[in-house]
Design a binder for this molecule. Structure first.
Ligand code: URA
Length: 246
């Protein structure tokens, strides 16, 4: 009852919570009722399990913590598993969007930057084109940090080569980066640019091919260690501030 009261305190014009969710076009009325009963909806921050609860037009409705019907931009952190492609639609492939809940369908989300199919880790999913464009523009030099494992033993020569800028097989001279070995066969590598297969090509040029690659940082965003492979969550306020002030 408490929750219904909370739903009603909002505003003047009111409508049922299930109707409000269904009006976004993301769920049928039946699906909306089910997800409300499952405890996934909240109104003004108060969980609401009553599909018939009356919701004021100004009330902030969320599903799984994500705002509903606001039409505003969405920012999600995803821990991409291997085997999933960083695109929105690729026939025969499982895409990063396939990992999301149905409430995020139809919002125009896309990955800001790509990770190879066999790579894991941090991907920012958003529908904010200008922000993604800014983060990905070469002149923005957004740092990316990867944890890598290689075939071979990393040494001072590799550290120095990355510091000076590795020349790839096709002659491209990479910008200087940082390689911090963690063990003979593993390291963190920081890049300030984002060329196709760059880490793999750099390490191949050093004769130490990458066997495992995971992005752990993208600009101001650090991969949330609590996100399981395939897990995702909305960016928190601090993270949102971070990507905007970059
Ligand atoms: N470098 C790579 O080689 N692959 C990625 O997915 C990202 C950076």
């Amino acid at each position: 009852m408490m929750a219904v009261w909370a739903c009603e305190k909002g505003g003047t014009a009111v409508e049922r919570l299930d109707k409000r969710l269904a009006s976004t076009g993301k769920w049928s009325r039946k699906e909306a009722r089910e997800l409300i009963r499952a405890g996934r909806a909240a109104v003004d921050g108060v969980p609401c399990r009553a599909p018939e609860a009356k919701v004021g037009e100004d009330a902030a409705v969320t599903v799984d913590g994500a705002p509903v019907g606001s039409g505003g931009p969405v920012y999600l952190m995803l821990n991409k598993p291997a085997g999933v492609v960083s695109s929105t639609d690729e026939p025969g492939e499982r895409t990063v969007l396939d990992l999301l809940g149905e409430e995020y369908r139809g919002l125009g989300l896309f990955p800001a930057g790509r990770l190879d199919k066999d790579a894991e880790g941090l991907v920012l999913l958003t529908n904010d084109g200008p922000l993604a464009h800014r983060l990905l523009a070469p002149r923005s030099h957004v740092d990316k940090v990867y944890y890598i494992e290689v075939d071979g033993a990393l040494d001072e020569g590799d550290v120095e080569a990355v510091r000076r800028g590795v020349t790839l097989g096709d002659g491209y001279e990479c910008l200087p980066g940082e390689l911090e070995p963690l063990s003979p066969g593993s390291a963190h590598i920081t890049l300030h640019e984002g060329k196709y297969h760059q880490v793999k090509r750099m390490m191949a040029a050093r004769g130490k091919p990458v066997t495992y690659l995971k992005r752990v940082r993208f600009g101001p965003l650090t991969l949330d260690q609590d996100l399981p492979r395939g897990g995702w969550r909305p960016l928190n306020e601090e993270e949102r501030k971070g990507i905007f002030s970059h």
